[in-house]
Design a protein around this ligand. Structure first.
Ligand code: COA
Length: 181
């Protein structure tokens, strides 16, 4: 998908391809983003996720992951029971924020999810992440209404384990049925 951002620049948003991993790794490491891109590519090849990268020319400027089922998710059972696709790791390079890149990534996420026939999509957001919450609410995401929860996990990058923890998360859902094609 080719998208025009607020600054009049074009970004191309597409699922990760293997030859892109070295440049993606080196550019994201400059921003201390430690992501196991090979593992995500493997999950994408298995049909379990879509790892979308936004490119400005040769450079990655943001990413988002769509997991097609919430059954293996680290969220509470009430979320896993929904069996709906989830967006994870929506992120934009710090020096490219405010240009509309996350909005374009979310447009792409929602369009692909709808095209695949899913009526809903969901995501976790931290209660303290006011900027992201505002963006999601503007896009029509609604709080599922379950009590706030903590997300924890471990990422293995280059053989090293990195533990992460996100306290006070809520789950937001959007109905895609009213969305125009
Ligand atoms: C949240 C994030 C993805 C937004 O990326 P972005 O490309 O800057 O977002 P956009 O430019 O598309 O703006 C989307 C909306 O965010 C809000 N927003 C963006 N920049 C803003 C700013 N400086 N001040 C206030 N609101 C802002 C607005 O609601 C905006 O919608 P609008 O353009 O209709 O007003 C980015 O800040 C980021 O990567 N943050 C760290 C990771 C993160 O928190 N991810 C979300 C996890 S749930």
């Amino acid at each position: 998908m080719i998208s025009l951002t607020n600054t009049g620049k074009y970004v191309i948003i597409q699922p990760l391809a293997e030859p892109e991993i070295p440049i993606l790794t080196s550019e994201l490491l400059k921003c201390d983003r430690l992501i196991n891109h090979h593992q995500l590519l493997y999950l994408q090849c298995e049909g379990r996720c879509f790892y979308l990268i936004a490119w400005d020319g040769e450079l990655p400027v943001g990413h988002a992951i769509i997991y097609w089922d919430s059954d293996m998710a680290p969220e509470p059972q009430a979320v896993r029971n929904l069996h709906i696709p989830r967006v994870e790791d929506l992120w934009v390079m710090p020096h490219r924020r405010g240009e509309g890149i996350a909005s374009k990534l979310m447009d792409c996420v929602e369009a692909i999810t709808k095209e695949r026939g899913f009526p809903k999509i969901g995501l976790d957001v931290s209660l303290s992440n006011h900027l992201a919450r505002t963006m999601y609410e503007k896009r029509g995401y609604k709080n599922l209404g379950i009590p706030a929860y903590e997300l924890r996990g471990v990422s293995v990058v280059n053989g090293k384990e990195y533990f992460w923890c996100e306290p006070n998360c809520i789950f937001l859902i959007k109905s895609l049925s009213a969305m125009q094609k």
